[in-house]
Design a protein around this ligand. Structure first.
Ligand SMILES: [Zn+2]
Ligand SMILES: [Zn+2]
Length: 321
């Protein structure tokens, strides 16, 4: 899908929405079963344009993926007190993992990733196994993986994703006020057949190229879909001004209308979330919310199935009067 990105500065980027999965293991990782060729093929089948390969504490060592899917080098940094994902590393770069939350060493590690132009993502913050729970505060990271793996009713991961989303959502208003909010991302953390692309992050970028995609993810110009069959658009309007996901709408004190359109979730419920919580919901399809910058500093969207499983969620549109 092509799109025009009108940033608040008036700077316009012609780009596209690209689907990716930034937390991917092959059989090089513990419990991983897929060959690199199968990963690349399955990524295409799942509708992905790009993946980040993130083995446990090891660099991407494959020369060929046998597919035209864009592969970005990364690493899952498995520390003693939680995991995080580095995306966009230099070839062969391995990020230090030999520390825990009390050692004061994570800042140096995340800086080494940023120096390489990479992005640091807090991984599955509430994973229910020893050392899987993230004990570092979100402030160390550029983005938060609020959605890791399947988020369906009856799947054990659902409770962990709900906790991650709640924690991220609780900090959002204050972080936006302070000018340092961290976008949400969703990744499959694929180890087995049938997992890649569930979920996937859909990002607006100037082109299908690593640094452009990472810039879009860093800015929060992205939303998360459970699969490639879910489509969503979300914009906010005040007077003749429009902003998209991750952008700031300067309202000039005028009333705001937030508009969302969802396809591919027939039983879906669309809900609008602001700093006052969930303020409105209706059946999936087209939905609108009248609001203002006085009401909230942001609006974000969730789309859930009737059983409560997540079909899509967006990063916020920011509002300022
Ligand atoms: Zn992990
Ligand atoms: Zn993982």
């Amino acid at each position: 899908m092509m799109a025009t990105l009108a940033a608040d500065s008036g700077h316009v980027i012609n780009g596209g929405w690209y689907r990716g999965d930034c937390h991917v293991h092959t059989r090089r990782s513990h419990a991983g079963e897929l060959t690199p060729a199968r990963v690349a093929e399955a990524a295409r089948e799942a509708g992905l344009d790009f993946i980040a390969i993130t083995e446990h504490n090891a660099a991407d060592a494959y020369d060929s993926w046998g597919s035209d899917v864009l592969v970005i080098p990364g690493q899952e940094v498995v520390t003693g007190t939680g995991h995080w994902v580095a995306v966009g590393l230099a070839p062969g770069q391995v990020v230090d993992w030999r520390y825990g939350v009390r050692d004061g060493l994570i800042e140096r590690a995340v800086e080494s990733v940023r120096r390489a132009g990479g992005l640091c993502i807090a991984a599955h913050p509430h994973a229910p196994y020893p050392s899987g729970v993230l004990m570092y505060p979100f402030r160390h990271f550029d983005a938060v993986e609020v959605w890791n793996g399947a988020w369906r009713s009856g799947v054990p991961w659902q409770a962990d994703n709900e906790a991650a989303l709640a924690e991220w959502g609780r900090g959002l208003a204050a972080d936006i006020r302070d000018g340092r909010w961290r976008p949400a991302v969703g990744n499959s953390d694929v180890h087995l057949e049938g997992q890649i692309g569930t979920p996937q992050t859909v990002v607006l970028a100037a082109e299908l190229e690593a640094s452009a995609l990472l810039a879009g993810l860093r800015a929060g110009r992205s939303w998360i879909a459970e699969s490639a069959s879910v489509q969503l658009s979300f914009t906010a309007h005040a007077g003749d001004r429009t902003a998209g996901i991750g952008e700031l709408l300067s309202t000039g004190g005028e009333a705001v209308v937030a508009r969302v359109e969802v396809h591919g979730v027939p039983d879906g419920i669309v809900s609008f979330h602001t700093e006052r919580g969930r303020v409105h919901q209706e059946k999936s399809g087209k939905a609108e919310l009248p609001t203002s910058a006085d009401e909230s500093g942001f609006i974000r969207i969730e789309v859930r199935h009737a059983d409560g499983g997540m079909a899509a969620l967006t990063n916020p549109i920011l509002l300022h009067s």
